[in-house]
Design a protein around this ligand. Sequence first.
Ligand code: UT7
Length: 334
Amino acid sequence: MTTHAQITGIGSYLPQRVLTNAELETLVDTSDEWILSRTGIRERRIVAEGQATSDLATAALSTAIASAGIGPGDIDLLVVGTSSPDMIFPSTACIVQDLLGLACPAYDVNAACSGFIYALHAGVTAIESGRAKRAAIVGADALTRHIDFTDRTTCVLFGDGAGAVILEAGENAGVLGVALGADGSGGDLLKVQAGGSAHPMTHEALDTRKNFVTMNGNEVFRFAVKAIPRATMEALEASGLTVADLDWLVPHQANQRIIQTVEQRLGIPHDRVFSHVDRVGNTSAGSIPLALDDLYTSGRLSPGNLVALVGFGAGLTWGAAVIRWTMARPIKEA
Ligand code: UT7
């Protein structure tokens, strides 16, 4: 009998502090009109003083554990996708493991904005091979900690947040197909240069602002609108499905113009493509599970729905997963 992985719990967390386009107008030479028309973003959430990526991840995962109806001791693997870890080491996964009282192996995966799909792939592989029965998969980033709030080309785009799912072994297929890819030759297009072994965090690094995200936005845009359709088609093929079978496409929430271009290229109707980029901006590895949880908690996902999750990011990296949704609709509070 083949063992499959199913999503049996989900949760997400956004920090309370809202950063609006109007507020950004006071920091850099930009306008609400420019940000909205070029990106579709109206506002994003940012971490509070003292709040770290592990806090976002812990909040999201504790909701996911409760929604699966299990306890922390039932989980036998924790994988956190993040590119803004609390510190170089220990891993953010180990910090989350301690905060929630899990007793299982825990590690981080750094695939930037594709981090959740990469982490999901690790969890699915562990379950399908019989090495884990219940895996906690988290995508979490506090990327605004690495954003230069004097650089208008990046500071308007990013927000902070986290999402998590519980994967469980079962007879019925939940995660039908996963496709991953990477092209390291594009690494210079989107990076944080300093703070690692190549460029330690020196005074010189700080003076030349190498501690912040830099990006070639036009090239990343071009890459994204090719990578998303390609990854989606690969994951659909691995699942024996086509675009017409999909009830939902949940793309990485980076830019509404990227999402619109992808819709057209895939030929998928607009009302089957989820977007809430206007409210959250680009939350990096948090983006896809945050979007999936919003879709679920707003009552728009039904058992049996076929959903494609697809991301792209620094590396360059990309990845997609096609899932059959199996969780019952959420119970609405009176
Ligand atoms: O998770 C992956 C993360 N990265 C992405 O997803 C980024 C993908 N790329 C993009 O989303 C878009 O390329 C951006 C939103 C970053 C930029 O949009 P664009 O339409 O490609 O604009 P552009 O870079 O071609 O810049 C057009 C103009 C430039 O001025 P000039 O040279 O034409 O005078 C920029 O300096 O807009 C200017 N500009 C701004 N103006 C007002 C750039 N950023 C801003 C800003 N406010 N925030």
